[in-house]
Design a binder for this molecule. Structure first.
Ligand code: NDP
Length: 237
């Protein structure tokens, strides 16, 4: 029987690529996003036996309900991937408080809520693996992304602390920190300028991040790590 995996933010971009790779490996997936149509379309694309659910990660009751649905339909989850994320880029002086809150609630609180719900299941099973998607800007910082960077830096502290809390239950928690990846989130960026700052000279593709996520999920002796997938961006800046 394949592993059961929940991919929050699995309807498009990096999360969808992770879901595709896990499905190829025989996992049974729950694809979760706010837009149910898009989550359903991704689940259908993966083949039969996968589940699509609408869930806003920043709302505890919706997260709770989603985990109940997953348990009922797929059984206890083995893997959790947190790829749901938003950015509201801009200089801090021009950033509205509501945009700060939205980023903190989705990127940071959302991950805390899904991890908390998943742990209840994983602790009972005495095992599981979690990968949270951070960002290279959470490690390096970036002008115009102070709030987004803070949420991603927060994920590192959160994931490392959680790794310490749950290691004795054989549950591993890691972070993947991507650089610039071709998705809807980066579609508006000036690629020609930005790629000059990347050692490999190009943006990454979602499947290249998915490889790292799945590697960490399937590993057995890695926990509390941050795996950077940025084409060498961090060496250039
Ligand atoms: P996309 O915008 O392509 O996809 C984001 C996904 O998150 C969608 O499935 C979206 O679905 C879901 N989502 C957003 N808000 C919520 C919410 N409140 N509740 C549930 N689901 C939500 O982004 P990417 O694939 O590019 O990003 C994935 C992750 O990777 C994010 O955490 C992002 O910060 C991070 N990242 C991306 C980089 C890049 O260059 N693309 C670089 C570094 C990190 P819906 O809108 O229907 O809810």
């Amino acid at each position: 029987m394949g592993k059961v995996c929940a991919v929050f933010g699995g309807s498009r971009g990096i999360g969808r690529a992770v879901a595709e790779l896990l499905a190829q490996k025989g996992c049974r997936l729950a694809i979760l996003a706010r837009n149910l149509d898009m989550a359903q379309s991704t689940a259908r694309h993966l083949g039969a036996g996968h589940l699509a659910l609408s869930c806003d990660v920043s709302r505890e009751q919706e997260v709770q309900k989603a985990f109940e649905e997953m348990q009922r339909n797929l059984g206890p989850i083995n893997y959790l991937v947190n790829a749901a994320g938003i950015n509201r880029d801009g200089l801090l002086l021009r950033t509205k408080t509501e945009d700060m809150i939205a980023q903190i609630h989705t990127n940071l609180l959302g991950t805390m809520l899904t991890c908390k719900a998943a742990l209840k299941v994983m602790i009972q099973q005495q095992g599981g693996a979690i990968v949270n998607i951070g960002s290279i800007v959470g490690l390096k910082g970036n002008s115009g992304q102070s709030v987004y960077s803070a949420t991603k830096a927060g994920l590192v502290g959160f994931s490392r602390s959680l790794a310490k809390e749950v290691a004795k239950k054989q549950i591993r928690v890691n972070v993947v920190a991507p650089g610039f990846i071709h998705t809807e989130m980066t579609a508006h960026l000036e690629e020609d300028q930005l790629k000059k700052a990347i050692l490999l000279g190009r943006f990454g593709e979602p499947h290249e991040v998915a490889q790292a996520v799945v590697f960490l999920l399937e590993s057995s002796y890695i926990t509390g790590s941050v795996l950077v997938v940025d084409g060498g961006l961090q060496l250039m800046t």
